[in-house]
Design a protein around this ligand. Structure first.
Ligand SMILES: Cc1ncc(COP(=O)(O)O)c(C=O)c1O
Length: 366
């Protein structure tokens, strides 16, 4: 440990920082490329919601003013759209910010947070930053989250469970009957976060509506984002919905202006952009089917996904494949970080991007 790192709060020096998808600019520079396809961060390949872009352009001249810290207009619009009490909603600077607010609001030092393994790494980082113990429960052999094992892993110190549904990076869902049975067996002192960042991409009719559990009075907080289906990852807007007492606690410690002015304006407009939403979902559905078919043709095992990404087994050292793909201008997410040394997580791109990826993969694996 560095001399100055000893000044940190306990545990901070041991945290491994979040590893984002490799930026396109880095790959262009390193390999002298002018064009790169990024399939590494589950971004929207169709761009941002056009309605959001138009609204932001109109609002550019007003960024000298602070945003509305309470996000009133956006909160009210969402509240009427999903039919929930506005006091049950909190907006922040992306869902990542929501995750960290939840850990800050609920976790005392020494308490436990349970998550699936693998799942979204921000859960772990935010909990460890609070001095909490992180308990990771391996997914089942079919890559689905093992809710029974999560129940078994609970102790009297368990405070939070981060349940990513659909799960990143597996792309799998927990069904309504699984989640219901899980919630019904949960002690009152435990709060469950249902991370629904990818909910709009789900086709499985057994996927639960997380808000029903909030309405039914469970200790559930649903968290969502405008980064994925609305294509607004770069502008940062996410939210949580839960009991007004939970949300009230989070609001006490939220930064005064967590959601910036353009983000609020963009999200407000995006909520009306059903046409774009449907286009994105349809394109993603088609892309998933294309990739499944190609992986089957190439004899590569993959995990069927309810999201805009999927895991595929390249059957070769993924760190090498990752490097070789970059030479072809393709960036994927190597899955060795989740102890899957031959697997990659690939975001679904446009038809053209998917085809380019498959051509490159075929050459790299040949
Ligand atoms: C499961 C999950 N939750 C939350 C997020 C964060 O979303 P945001 O861009 O709103 O911070 C991501 C982003 O990749 C994610 O995969």
């Amino acid at each position: 440990m560095g001399e100055r790192e000893k000044l940190f709060r306990k545990g901070i020096a041991d945290i491994k920082a979040y590893v984002p998808g490799k930026p396109m600019e880095d790959v262009m520079r390193e390999f002298g490329l002018t064009e790169v396809v990024k399939l590494a961060s589950n971004e929207n390949p169709l761009g941002p919601s056009p309605k959001a872009v138009a609204a932001m352009k109109e609002a550019l001249d007003s960024v000298n003013y602070y945003p509305d810290g309470a996000c009133l207009a956006l909160t009210q619009k969402l509240a009427s759209k999903v039919n929930i009490d506005p006091d049950a909603i909190i907006f922040a600077n992306g869902e990542d910010n929501i995750i960290s607010l939840i850990s800050k609001t609920f976790l005392n030092e020494g308490e436990e947070m349970i998550m699936a393994d693998p799942s979204f790494s921000s859960f772990e980082i935010s909990a460890r930053a609070m001095g909490a113990k992180v308990v990771k429960v391996p997914v089942r052999t079919d890559f689905t989250t093992d809710l029974d094992a999560i129940l078994e892993a609970m102790t009297e110190k368990t405070k939070l469970v981060f349940l990513c549904n659909p799960n990143n990076p597996t792309g799998t869902i927990s069904t309504s009957s699984e989640v219901e049975s899980f919630l019904n067996q949960l002690p009152d002192r435990v709060v469950v976060i249902l991370d629904e960042a990818y909910k709009e991409f789900v086709d499985d009719p057994d996927y639960p509506e997380g808000l029903d559990y909030v309405r039914a009075g469970h200790n559930v907080i649903v968290s969502r984002t405008f980064s994925k289906v609305y294509g607004l990852a770069g502008i940062r807007v996410g939210y949580a919905i839960g009991h007004p007492q939970f949300i009230g606690g989070m609001k006490r410690i939220r930064e005064a202006f967590a959601t910036n002015r353009l983000a609020q304006i963009a999200a407000l407009a995006a909520l009306d952009d059903d046409e774009f939403l449907e286009k994105v979902i349809a394109s993603n559905r088609e892309g998933r089917e294309y990739l499944y078919a190609e992986f089957e043709r190439l004899g590569l095992p993959y995990v069927k996904s309810e999201t805009n990404f999927m895991l595929v087994d390249t059957k070769k050292d993924i760190q090498q494949v990752f490097l070789d793909l970059q030479r072809h201008g393709i960036i994927v997410r190597p899955a060795h970080i989740w102890d899957m040394p031959t697997w990659a997580r690939v975001s679904v791109g446009t038809r053209e991007e998917n085809e380019k990826f498959i051509r490159a993969l075929e050459q790299v694996l040949a």
